[in-house]
Design a protein around this ligand. Structure first.
Ligand SMILES: Nc1ncnc2c1ncn2[C@@H]1O[C@H](COP(=O)(O)OP(=O)(O)O)[C@@H](O)[C@H]1O
Ligand SMILES: [Mg+2]
Length: 264
């Protein structure tokens, strides 16, 4: 196996155990083959209910696979989780309303045994600067905009300096201007930190703008339709221009694929 692989799946079947027993579960997604290299940026597109969040849960070791193989940073997902190599950002920022921005970012330091500060973790003040939150450190969540709350959630996920950042529709509830700005901030952060990002979105434009690879999933049966490699294109176009004809052509291709994978 390549040593620079962040996530590798072979014939992966994922889903939920049938009620009562572990037997008879029908996979949500089956036959998933996927390679994401370290420092890569994978975006995931697919109809509602096709298993995007479930796939992230399996990578994060929050759910065991039903079959097939998955390695995360060269070993089982569990080992990566124990090393705190995985950060997770959910669609709903899940901030504790009674804690300040700073205290919400530091939450993982206080929750659960074995989750103490990591020696090479990031200092809260550095995270506040990185996410443009320095002025807001003592504010409470209800004094923040949606975009600011999502920045706090990202800062919190970065606290342990995770090598893999999983983001499940993190900007889905934001207005388009805020979303565009956070997309640019996320790309800058990704380039600076060199971490691997896996990012679920409903937006084709966002998937193309952010991704080095786009994983397109279908439902019924849940499967991989295509993995579109944007690296050659982005190397050629340079910094991704949202309106470059090459980019809009990829977006049109993805739209056709998605229409195919979600029959009405
Ligand atoms: N905790 C759970 N137990 C059983 N089934 C679930 C659970 N969570 C999600 N599912 C089912 O798994 C499928 C995929 O869900 P999910 O991964 O959330 O889809 P997506 O994120 O692509 O919208 C759906 O059919 C959903 O109903
Ligand atoms: Mg989901």
């Amino acid at each position: 196996m390549e040593t620079n692989t962040a996530i590798c799946c072979r014939g992966l079947a994922i889903g939920y155990p049938a009620a009562g027993h572990g037997f008879g579960a029908v996979p949500v997604l089956d036959g998933v083959d996927l390679d994401v290299s370290q420092g890569g940026f994978l975006t995931i597109l697919g109809p509602s209910g096709c298993g995007k969040s479930t796939l992230l849960r399996v990578v994060a070791d929050l759910l065991a696979p039903l079959g097939g193989e998955i390695t995360v940073l060269g070993g089982p997902p569990h080992a990566a989780r124990v090393r705190r190599d995985i950060g997770f950002v959910f669609q709903d920022p899940t901030l504790l309303p009674w804690r300040s921005v700073r205290a919400n970012i530091e939450l993982p330091l206080q929750v659960g045994r074995g989750r103490a500060a990591r020696p090479d973790g990031l200092a809260t003040d550095d995270l506040l600067v990185l996410l443009g939150l320095s002025e807001l450190a003592e504010r409470m969540p209800d004094q923040l905009s949606g975009g600011q709350r999502q920045r706090v959630a990202i800062a919190r996920a970065l606290l342990s300096r995770p090598r893999i950042l999983l983001m499940d529709e993190p900007f889905g509830a934001l207005d388009e201007i805020t979303r565009d700005r956070l997309n640019d901030e996320l790309l800058a952060l990704w380039r600076r930190t060199g971490s691997t990002v896996v990012f679920v979105t409903h937006s084709i434009a966002e998937a193309v703008y952010l991704g080095q690879q786009v994983l397109v999933l279908a439902a019924h049966p849940g499967r991989v339709l295509e993995i579109v490699d944007l690296r050659p294109l982005k190397d050629a176009v340079g910094r991704c221009d949202r309106d470059a004809p090459e980019i809009t052509a990829v977006a049109a291709h993805l739209r056709r694929l998605l229409a195919m994978g979600s029959p009405a």
